[in-house]
Each structure stands twice: as structure tokens, then as C-alpha cells.
Design a protein around this ligand. Structure first.
Ligand code: DGI
Ligand code: FE
Ligand code: FE
Length: 399
């Protein structure tokens, strides 16, 4: 008998896990696949209770006759070690060939696992790999392990699935039904998670926000947002501000960039953010206000300082909070920007004097908007103008 083994936290089990189990079963003619949810995890904190994770796996596989669940790890006291599980399975299924299914990232961590020699002796390792041929780094690592431990390692073609658990948890945390996305797991699992509020009771963390943003932003915009994040974090550290708030505001500052005009207007109305006729004529301005609303609606952010920083990141405003200044500036100077010859001066200035740096940026923005060629001049938003009026005294001020 050939038995595939899918170990994991399964918090929660998702379609990627099922897909990989199906692929492994087919490609290696396995008689069955055993799903073994971990008990107490010694590597991860903040994981859902084992009984919930076990129940979700049970629900997910109940219509697959060749998939089974095992409680070997769930009810074992203390830490769970794979080599012990495999030892037990050899006793339960004497003579069976065991195939331990892992993702490519695990291939590189295996050697750190307790008693890895015993793992290699007990089971063939099946690596779920996007290309299916264990290219480059993976096949090198596999060859190394084969030599060193006499390991049996095979690659199977399957999409990597390690990231989507984060996205899946995030999808349970989206507050507004209008912006909810369908969780990528069996319906029974989603229902169970919702009924027991396994994920929705916690606010989204930055990893989850990032996974959702990947769906909302084009690749270039995502790179920009990560640049703003890194710049904002650095400036927050230098100026002794709340680094977590800066990181979050920066990540989300352009989250509404690709919403339709209708959606942006609707969001602003719902949140009582007034929309001016100038903004309707220059709708690219609206993504900042709409972004503050979307940060609440979709990403669950309610902190007024973060929302203020997102809302005013394009125009600035008079007397900005230090956090709002940091986001306004970071958006302009992040490493991916190259639109102004003075950027390098601004990057130095931002570390020394936020208000003066904002003044320089506002001055440059006003000049840029007024002096665009071919009569393509853009109207300066009154808030941009007011910010410039407020900050321009810093232009003359010394250090
Ligand atoms: O969203 P980003 O591209 O990262 O940058 P942003 O939010 O600072 O600016 C978006 C656009 O808005 C950019 O092309 C410059 C423009 N902008 C900034 N202030 C004003 C403005 N456009 C008008 N019409 N009026 C303004 O006051
Ligand atoms: Fe923006
Ligand atoms: Fe931006």
C-alpha cells in the first residue's frame, strides 16, 4: 500500500491543500492520502485550537473516499515531531510505503527538523513544486540531501500553496460585505470558520493586508507601496514615531487607486468625506479620501491617525500630524521615484526636518501643476494650496 501524508497546521485547510493531495495521489498512484493536523505547534504562535483545525479538515475531505484524517498529532501531548508520527504510521500500516508531501520552502528547512535521518528513512519526500522538475536551487538541495542522508526525494508538479493560507484568513476578516472576497476553501470549511469566528475576532495583520493588496494593486503600484512602507518605517524610527502605524498607513495609502470613479465617490459619501467639483474634474485626487474609507471598509482600520495619513497623502493639509507628514513625504521620495531632480536632497532633508521637507515638496508640486506644457495645466486643489501656504515659512527657516 502507498500512503501519502499531508501534515500541516491547516489553519484553515484550503483548496491548495486538496489540490496538492489530488495531484500526489494521481502522479504517484497513492492508495490513500492521510491528512494529519498538527497538535500544539512549537514553531507557530497564535494558531487556532487543534479541535477546530481537525474538524475543518474532516469537513473538507469527507466527500473524498481516498482521503483520511488522522488524530495522531492533534491529541499527542507536548510538541509534535514528524519523525515520531512516521514511526507510529509504520506500526499502524506495516509494509506500507509512506510518501511525505511537502512544499518547496519546507525542503530547505527539513534539515533543522528533529531527527531528520529517521524521517528520510521512513518516507519518500514528495516536493510540490511549480515547475515539477525541481529546478535550480531545489534540485541542488535535493541532491545534497540524497547524498548526505540517502534520502528519497521526488518532485511533483503543483502550484505552491503556502501563501494562500494568509490570504484565506484575511478574507474572513474583511468587515464590509461589499468588499468581501470568496474564501478559497471548501464551503463547509468557510461556514465552520465563520460560525466559530476563528479568524474574524482578530484584526488584520500586515501580512494579511499585503496579501489582499496584491489583488487590489497592479504590480508596479505594489512595488511603490512597499517602497513607501520602507521609507515611512525608516522616517518613523528616525523621528521617534509609532513605527507600526507608519507601516500600516504606508502600505494602504494607495489602496483605492484602482477603484472605479463610482466606487470612490460612493465610499467618500458613505464616510462623509466631501467631494468637490475640482476633485470630480481631477478624479486622480479622490483615491486618497476613498483610500481612507476603503482602509476601514475592507481592511478594518479604524485608527484615526492612520486614516488621516491616508486621506491627506496626496494634497497634504495645514498643520499635519507627524505621521501624516511622514506618509505624505514617503510617497514622494520612496526609492522607486525618479520624477524630480531634487529627490536626493529631499531624501536627506526628510531625515532632518519633516516640515521643511514637506514645504519643498509642496512648492515643487504647485510649480509642476501650474507649469505643465501644452496647456495641460492642472488645477491646484485648495487643500494643496493651503498646505503650501502653511508650510512655506519653513522654506526660509534654517536647520
Ligand atoms: O498616488 P501616487 O501616484 O503615488 O501619488 P499621489 O497620491 O501623490 O498623487 C497622485 C496625482 O495627484 C499625481 O499625479 C499628482 C496629483 N496631484 C497632487 N496634488 C494635486 C494633484 N493634482 C491636482 N489636479 N491638484 C493637486 O492639488
Ligand atoms: Fe496616492
Ligand atoms: Fe502613492
Amino acid at each position: 500500500m502507498k500512503i501519502g501524508i499531508m501534515g500541516g497546521t491547516f489553519d484553515p485547510i484550503h483548496n491548495g491543500h486538496l489540490y496538492i493531495a489530488k495531484r500526489a495521489k494521481k502522479e504517484f498512484s497513492l492508495d490513500k492520502v492521510l491528512f494529519i493536523p498538527t497538535g500544539v505547534s512549537y514553531m507557530k504562535t497564535g494558531v487556532s485550537k487543534a479541535e477546530h483545525r481537525y474538524e475543518m479538515v474532516r469537513l473538507a475531505i469527507k466527500d473524498y473516499p481516498d482521503f483520511e484524517i488522522s488524530d495522531l498529532e492533534v491529541f499527542r501531548g507536548g510538541n509534535t515531531y514528524t519523525f515520531e508520527t512516521l514511526e507510529e504510521l509504520k506500526k499502524i500500516y506495516p509494509g506500507a510505503k509512506l510518501y511525505f508531501i511537502i512544499g518547496t520552502d519546507t525542503l530547505f528547512m527539513l534539515e533543522k527538523w528533529r531527527n531528520v535521518e529517521s524521517i528520510f528513512a521512513s518516507a519518500t519526500i514528495l516536493v510540490a513544486d511549480r515547475e515539477g522538475d525541481g529546478r535550480d536551487k531545489q534540485s541542488k538541495k535535493a541532491d545534497e540531501l540524497k547524498k548526505k542522508y540517502d534520502a528519497r526525494i521526488k518532485f511533483m508538479k503543483a502550484e505552491p500553496y503556502n501563501i494562500s493560507a494568509t490570504l484565506l484568513r484575511a478574507s474572513f476578516k474583511i468587515p464590509s460585505p461589499a468588499y468581501r472576497i470568496k474564501p478559497d476553501c471548501p464551503e463547509l470549511v468557510a461556514k465552520y470558520a465563520e460560525e466559530h469566528e476563528l479568524y474574524s475576532q482578530f484584526p488584520m495583520n500586515d501580512d494579511e493586508i499585503l496579501e489582499l493588496l496584491k489583488l487590489d494593486l497592479k504590480p508596479k503600484r505594489l512595488v511603490h507601496s512597499l517602497g513607501v512602507r520602507d521609507t515611512a518605517v525608516e522616517l518613523a524610527e528616525i523621528h521617534h514615531l509609532d513605527v507600526d502605524k507608519a507601516r500600516r498607513a504606508a502600505l494602504l495609502h494607495d489602496c483605492a487607486k484602482y477603484l472605479s470613479l463610482d466606487d470612490k465617490i460612493k465610499l467618500c459619501q458613505e464616510y462623509d468625506y466631501p467631494v468637490s467639483s475640482l476633485e470630480l474634474d481631477n478624479p486622480e485626487l479622490l483615491h486618497a479620501k476613498a483610500g481612507a474609507a476603503l482602509a476601514t471598509e475592507k481592511y478594518g482600520v479604524t485608527d484615526p491617525e492612520i486614516l488621516d495619513a491616508i486621506r491627506y497623502h496626496t494634497t497634504g493639509k495645514p498643520n499635519m500630524s507627524p505621521l501624516t507628514l511622514v506618509i505624505f513625504i514617503s510617497d514622494y521620495i520612496e526609492p522607486g521615484r525618479s520624477h524630480s531632480p531634487r529627490l536626493n536632497d529631499f531624501r536627506v532633508l526628510a531625515k532632518e526636518n519633516l516640515a521643511k521637507c514637506a514645504a519643498c515638496i509642496l512648492e515643487e508640486t504647485c510649480i509642476y501643476l501650474e507649469q505643465r506644457p501644452n496647456n495641460k495645466t492642472k488645477a491646484i486643489d485648495p487643500t494643496t494650496k493651503q498646505s503650501y501656504e502653511f508650510y512655506k515659512i519653513y522654506l526660509e527657516a534654517g536647520e
